[in-house]
Design a protein around this ligand. Structure first.
Ligand SMILES: Nc1ncnc2c1ncn2[C@@H]1O[C@H](COP(=O)(O)OP(=O)(O)OP(=O)(O)O)[C@@H](O)[C@H]1O
Ligand SMILES: [Mg+2]
Length: 318
């Protein structure tokens, strides 16, 4: 029988806590050997979805199969082929990083010798050799995330769930983590990653499913999602109010948005060369001096804004 193309298939998942329906019919599919990002703000239902997919949580409706195994009926078979890390991972605070890795390796049926060897490889890969003999309770947030990811890789399961692997990391550690996640993917694993970061989904994932309020609100590749919000924009910033006002007058209906605080106007552009040149000509003819000009491609943040009416950035700073 040919292998199914999709390693993970979830259909119409429903889950309530009391009267609070937190998953409202989530469906998603992850092609084998690819990475899907489940993108959504706090409380969207990401962890709930991952816990259901990884057999840790019962659900009220819908179906999930992992490599053809029914999560509700064949939990043991599912658990044998998955690795889980992140907000719900199981590690022992009193054990050292090395001990945690060896313990998890043995749990995944590696021999003690194999578990030890694999642990040393992973400690190196995740730059944890110096911290290997310290108990986990003394680890920093970043070290913890790295150990978490290492733990999920100890037995190289073919399917890996990463629940917000980089939340709370500083930018440098985040980029290092992206490298590790990419290597995980290159090893052939099927990965479902949750994130609140548009940029992360953009950087890592083959496919993106955007959820909000327990529902899928959009899906596609980063490129497809970005194309739904349309064209490039030209932002022109002025260094004084009179130039800013004169520019709005001169550019007229070309102005899509203005920002009084930054003294910036944004124009929608259809044909980059033609539209940028004509905006420059209009400003030059009116003898208006601008300070900077830049072209913005639509970002996933724009997608989020157009889908939910709120920007991810607004939420973070709120
Ligand atoms: N055990 C629980 N009992 C009651 N409500 C819960 C429980 N777990 C989660 N919820 C609720 O379900 C909703 C979805 O939570 P979930 O943890 O799946 O969100 P999330 O997308 O992972 O958010 P975050 O980005 O903050 O991790 C939230 O409103 C949350 O309060
Ligand atoms: Mg969560």
């Amino acid at each position: 029988m040919p292998q199914p193309t999709y390693a993970i298939i979830a259909k119409n998942l429903k889950k309530s806590y009391g009267k609070n329906q937190v998953l409202n019919g989530i469906s998603l599919k992850v092609e084998r050997g690819t990475m899907l990002a489940l993108l959504g703000p706090n409380g969207a239902g990401k962890t709930t979805t991952v816990r259901i997919l990884s057999t840790l949580l019962n659900f009220d409706g819908g179906t999930v199969t992992i490599e053809g195994y029914d999560v509700a009926k064949e939990g043991d078979a599912v658990r044998a082929i998955i690795g889980l890390t992140g907000q719900s991972a199981a590690v022992d605070e009193m054990l050292t990083g090395r001990e945690n890795l060896i313990m998890m390796g043995q749990l995944y049926h590696l021999s003690k010798a194999d578990a030890r060897q694999r642990a040393e490889e992973l400690l190196k890969e995740f730059n944890l050799v110096d911290a290997a003999s310290r108990p986990l309770k003394d680890y920093s947030g970043g070290m913890r995330r790295r150990l978490d990811l290492a733990v999920s890789m100890i037995a190289t399961p073919p399917i890996i769930f990463l629940d917000e692997p980089t939340t709370g990391l500083d930018p440098r550690s985040r980029i290092a983590m992206w490298g590790s996640i990419n290597r995980l993917k290159e090893s052939g694993a099927t990965i479902l990653l949750t994130t609140q970061y548009l940029e992360e989904a953009d950087q890592l994932a083959d496919q993106i499913v955007v959820i909000d309020g327990g529902k899928v609100i959009a899906e596609g590749t980063a490129k497809e999602l970005k194309s739904t919000v349309g064209k490039d924009r030209l932002e022109i910033i002025f260094d004084n109010k009179s130039a800013y006002a004169a520019a709005q007058e001169a550019l007229g209906s070309r102005v899509l948005e203005k920002n009084d605080k930054d003294l910036a106007v944004t124009l929608m552009i259809n044909d980059t060369n033609k539209d940028v040149r004509s905006a420059l000509e209009i400003l030059a003819d009116a003898k208006i001096h601008f300070s900077t000009m830049s072209i913005h491609k639509p970002t996933l943040d724009d997608v989020f804004l157009s889908l939910t009416g709120k920007s991810k950035h607004d939420e973070e700073t709120a």
